[in-house]
Design a protein around this ligand. Structure first.
Ligand SMILES: *Cc1c(COP(=O)(O)O)cnc(C)c1O
Length: 218
């Protein structure tokens, strides 16, 4: 069942974007089923849940933290996390760098950009992202790499609105991708979820985060 759905999504993506299976609230048995169907990228939004599940799955799973990350919790995932989608401050990036150094790792990160028309969503404005990418402090952060952007579109049935938000994020991505700094190497644009991943891929997404379309509602 899950295997068929995953195969269907992979076929639709056609190699244009990678699938991050969003497994928050789901039991480890379901993650194993997705793994057996070929999934290797798993997205969780809570640090504790991800840290609990990680040792129970095969070691080649790439764990993606997609939810808001508090500085004091970075230490629980620094030894294994593959990509943090939700960096929204220099302070958080500095802490990720510090914890990554303890494990002799370089942790890949995305800047979360605020693109939705909703007050509850986290993220940086375009100007804040530019300022962060320009900041001299980045030079000293040798244990993190900023590899792109992530955005959450407005939760609405208005497809045109969602498409405009994705398009705006892609434009920002393109304008920032030219930046040449040791800690900045853009190659990923994380946008699209169960309801809008097809559109997100049309607009240039390289990572879609799909939960309920695979595992059912939460
Ligand atoms: C839960 C979540 C998703 C997946 O949402 P679905 O609608 O279940 O596909 C994607 N991105 C983030 C940041 C999430 O928290």
């Amino acid at each position: 069942m899950i295997a068929d759905i995953i195969r269907g999504i992979e076929t639709e993506l056609g190699g244009r974007a990678k699938l991050v299976a969003v497994t928050k609230t789901k039991p480890v048995a379901l993650l194993q089923e997705a793994y057996d169907a070929g999934c290797r990228l798993f997205g969780e939004n809570k640090v504790q849940e991800m840290a609990d599940k990680q040792p129970q799955l095969p070691a080649d799973v790439q764990w993606h933290l997609i939810g808001h990350l508090q500085t004091n919790k970075v230490k629980y995932i620094a030894s294994f996390v593959a990509l943090i989608h939700s960096v929204d401050s220099l302070k958080l990036l500095q802490e990720i760098n510090k914890q990554a150094a303890k494990h002799n790792r370089v942790i890949d990160c995305l800047l979360q950009i605020y693109i939705a028309d909703e007050e509850t969503k986290f993220g940086l404005s375009a100007d804040e992202a530019k300022a962060l990418l320009d900041s001299p402090e980045l030079e000293s952060l040798t244990h993190v790499r900023l590899v792109g952007l992530m955005g959450l579109a407005t939760n609405t049935d208005d497809e045109q609105k969602v498409r405009q938000e994705f398009r705006g994020l892609k434009q920002l991505y393109d304008s920032l991708a030219a930046i040449q700094r040791p800690t900045v190497q853009f190659r990923e644009l994380s946008m699209g979820m169960s309801g809008d991943y097809r559109m997100a891929v049309e607009e240039g997404s390289t990572l879609v985060r799909v939960g309920s379309a695979i595992f059912g509602s939460r």
